[in-house]
Design a protein around this ligand. Structure first.
Ligand SMILES: Nc1nc2c(ncn2[C@@H]2O[C@H](COP(=O)(O)OP(=O)(O)OP(=O)(O)O)[C@@H](O)[C@H]2O)c(=O)[nH]1
Length: 241
């Protein structure tokens, strides 16, 4: 009796091992107000939040994915863009990170220029590991074809991404396109592209799935350090799948 109980127990643990999904820590960084919180909401919950406040410290959201038959979980770390809300947290952000989304606002060239500083911070804190990085231009719904000078062009984004070895996307957390598309000027230059938000999570998931031996995700959610959170309850950790 006892041995069959032990046997079924061990079968249970084998099957739970087989069905357990790998968790990957994905850092979302960029200037304040580029839309990191809204984007992570959209990526995880499929909706635009009705109300947002500046992130204090970090917020977490999770998204489970099925990539070619393997379940994986992306743990998105929505970090504070404002220096005063992130100072003491920076080292925690980068601990055991598996991927980074660098976010800028396509209608705010200053947020694009800041990417160099964000990349430098990443470089200084990530101990030189080969971590997949993605560039995301947000707020594409605000693009005004008559004011291209005050916006970040697709060409700029593409060449920046290429120079830094990143995949590059342009989307809108508020009004995401249903299908991919692009806009061209008379001379054929691509001014913008439209990526579905889902394409971004799938690209991140697919890249991470291919990683042979991911490090364990950061233990932040089991209280390894204090997370300074916003006051509003909907910003707390939740899982959508
Ligand atoms: N039109 C438009 N507005 C957006 C979009 N994404 C975010 N916003 C708005 O941009 C503002 C800032 O959004 P947040 O998501 O709080 O920005 P954040 O980068 O998380 O800012 P911090 O927490 O300070 O780092 C809010 O007013 C949002 O409603 C978008 O895709 N389109």
């Amino acid at each position: 009796m006892e041995s069959s109980f032990e046997f079924s127990n061990s079968l249970g643990s084998v099957s739970s091992l087989l069905t357990r999904c790998r968790t990957f820590k994905v850092l979302v960084i960029g200037d304040s107000a580029v839309g990191k919180t809204c984007l992570t909401h959209r990526l995880c919950a499929g909706e635009f939040p009705s109300r947002v406040e500046a992130t204090i410290g970090v917020d977490f959201r999770e998204r489970q994915l099925d990539i070619h038959g393997e379940k994986i979980k992306l743990q998105l770390w929505d970090t504070a863009g404002q220096e005063r809300f992130r100072k003491s947290m920076v080292q925690h952000y980068y601990r055991n990170v598996h991927a980074v989304l660098f976010v800028y606002d396509v209608t705010c060239p200053a947020s694009f220029c800041s990417l160099t500083a964000w990349i430098e911070e990443f470089r200084q804190n990530s101990l030189g590991q080969e971590i997949p990085r993605f560039l995301v231009g947000n707020k594409s719904d605000l693009r005004d074809p008559s004011r291209t000078d005050s916006q970040v062009s697709q060409e700029q984004a593409t060449s920046f991404a290429k120079a830094h070895g990143m995949m590059c996307f342009e989307t809108s957390a508020k009004n995401p396109p249903n299908k991919c598309g692009s806009g061209r000027r008379g001379d054929g230059e691509v001014l913008y592209q439209q990526d579905k938000v889902e394409d971004i999570v799938v690209a991140v998931g697919a890249k991470l799935k291919r990683q042979k031996k991911p490090a364990a995700a950061n233990t932040s959610t089991n209280g390894s350090f204090k997370v300074l959170n916003k006051k509003r309850p909907e910003k707390e950790l939740w899982t959508c799948c």
